[in-house]
Design a binder for this molecule. Sequence first.
Ligand code: ADP
Length: 356
Amino acid sequence: MHDESVTDFDADQHDETLSALPQTGEREVETTLRPRKLAEFVGQPRVREQLELVLESARRRGVPPDHVLLSGPPGLGKTSLAMIIAEELDASIRITSGPALERAGDLAAMLSNLAEGDVLFIDEIHRIARPAEEMLYLAMEDFRVDVVVGKGPGATSIPLEIAPFTLVGATTRSGALTGPLRDRFGFTGQMEFYGDDELDLVVTRAATILGIAIDPEGSAEIARRSRGTPRIANRLLRRVRDYAEVRADGRITLEVTRAALEVYDVDELGLDRLDRAVLSALVNSFGGGPVGVSTLAVAVGEEPTTVEEVCEPYLVRAGMLARTPRGRVATATAWEHLGLRPPADYGRSEQSSLFD
Ligand code: ADP
């Protein structure tokens, strides 16, 4: 059976109630809601089809598949897919994360414990420390690690065979991966934000599993306001369920959903407090930009990486923010969403070409 050993999983302490980042205590629910098979995995038709081919071909040849890199914003299903890969291959999965692999020895221990055909999942692989990364090169290519014993001139390196395995790496920033690491993955799946219909399926499926009574209009509304992200869809569902149980008769209707999302500060477009803070700082403090991401992050009291990896991808997709070489720029849509009018010449200046 599967050994889903979670080693030093970097529990995110991010406190935005409804953000796309996982929260402490949530992993249990996520485990219940995680799709187990590729066929249960909603959406991402391209990645799914590509992955199906990679897995099927490996299965036929009787070898572990090539190493897989999954890239995309948080909450889109990278961990779920890694687990599905193991399940589809009838293999065990070992889970760790880039920040947990601080020393090469940590990785060596993990690698030498793998059995043939195991899946090793490294979340946030772009944050892996350099010595561990270098060890990974040889492991990925030749299923071998060089363990250095001793220090200074007397140090010797002992080659150690490891069982052929499949590495599944996940990253929110594929651009931050070094070339040599990226090149060693045989397949990269680029995860996209989900469409409303797909999220509707995610919500209905989760409601069935959790035994929540929900109207089609309720699930459609939750889906529409989930920032294209299944993790948020599942989280909103649970918050709306709370509201339905406490302030209504337990059933999630359109009316209940709207009232609940108002309480939780999720706006008409699904933007949360942090999204709106970013837009508002951009527009009110920097005249719409361009402004550097670090300055913007300081203005909203967040880490630049959170602004960059959690907020921005969706704001860009929603057509509210543009990333330019000179910094971040708010689009006219962003001004309007905040109930403001962009200045008369807005969009006619250097920014105009960005909005076409
Ligand atoms: P990531 O690793 O990209 O941050 P996860 O795989 O942890 O995302 O997904 C977060 C949660 O969202 C999971 O627990 C799962 O319930 C749900 N989820 C993600 N993708 C899907 C999907 N395609 N279909 C159904 N549920 C999904």
